[in-house]
Ligand binder design. Structure first.
Ligand SMILES: *[C@@H]1O[C@H](CO)[C@@H](O)[C@H](O)[C@H]1NC(C)=O
Length: 302
């Protein structure tokens, strides 16, 4: 098998240094931020609730997500050698697909957690017990891994005789399928069905949970309780909007309004920025996490 060429940002001649520094900063912040938040959550007993366990899962998945693509992209912008081996490309495709789908499932599980907390508060500890949460998170990981394995096997069986130039900055299922010289009609239908199962269904479940959550919150009479109920959802709601917002905007904009490079830049911002923001979304406005960090700092000083 010969190499592929990643052409994502090859037209950015003068901006290569800016691109390199930018990716480096975003990558380091994402790794540090997510590792810190998962350490804080595992160390502080106050944060041992389903919400924070899922957040911990989200952080681990986000680290895999950025690590599947950004280090390779960095090496390309630094060395200007844009080759990637078939094995490299296929493993990138596996980990990228796995973590993107796992991210969606974990966010959806968190929406379920918020739904039970707000709409079934009396049964909350009964429904969201350790076994249920553990099972949900294991299912997220197993289903994402299985789905990604299937997509990777299907893609690795394609022929690439026409061209080996990847116009994106990473190998993903859609780019590789479009690049292939095989007949991909049946695969495209398969990918569409997969998109519905791992994208549209979880998104609809999340929206449905929030419709119920908001209508329940609006029925609360005491404004103090209403505010408290709502603020227990704002971090997750922000994460959901950050995650789905750009996808919706990218898919709704008219075709050919941007060049391929501009599209790549927008997807890069998406791949690099959203995982970087999650730890901040959950910690900056959140009293639990800030208290926990303060307590940990106190412990270190003693
Ligand atoms: C993921 O979430 C489950 C269930 O809440 C929890 O038991 C587990 O420790 C978490 N794992 C990681 C790696 O964060």
């Amino acid at each position: 098998m010969t190499d592929f060429y990643i052409l994502g940002f090859s037209n950015f001649k003068t901006e290569q240094i800016l691109l390199t520094v930018g990716i480096m900063i975003m990558y380091s912040l994402t790794i540090v931020g997510n590792l810190v938040i998962s350490m804080v959550i595992s160390l502080v007993p106050n944060l041992h609730t389903p919400m924070y366990f899922f957040l911990c899962n989200l952080s681990v998945v986000d680290v895999i997500y950025v690590s599947s693509s950004l280090p390779k992209l960095l090496s390309i912008t630094i060395t200007q050698d844009n080759r990637i081996s078939f094995a490299g490309c296929i493993s990138q495709l596996y980990f990228f697909t796995f973590s993107a789908v796992c991210d969606i499932f974990v966010l959806t599980s968190m929406a379920g957690d918020r739904y039970v907390a707000i709409c079934r508060p009396l049964q909350y500890t009964l429904i969201m017990n350790r076994t249920v949460c553990g099972t949900m998170s294991v299912l997220c990981w197993i289903f994402s891994a299985g789905n990604s394995l299937l997509m990777t096997l299907l893609t690795s069986g394609l022929d690439f005789c026409k061209s080996r130039e990847i116009s994106h900055f990473l190998c993903d299922v859609k780019t590789m399928t479009a690049l292939s010289s095989s007949d991909t009609t049946s695969r495209e239908i398969f990918i569409l069905i997969e998109d519905i199962i791992v994208g549209f269904v979880p998104f609809s479940l999340t929206v449905a949970s929030y419709v119920r959550i908001i209508s329940t919150i609006l029925k609360i009479h005491s404004s103090e309780t209403r505010l408290k109920a709502f603020s227990s959802c704002t971090s997750h709601l922000t994460a959901v909007i950050l995650f789905y917002g750009p996808i919706l905007i990218l898919n709704m904009k008219p075709e050919s309004e941007h060049s391929k490079e501009q599209d790549n830049l927008i997807s890069l911002l998406y791949v690099a920025v959203v995982p970087m923001l999650n730890p901040f979304v959950y910690s900056l406005r959140n009293k639990d996490v800030l208290d926990a960090v303060r307590k940990l700092r106190g412990m270190c000083h003693d």
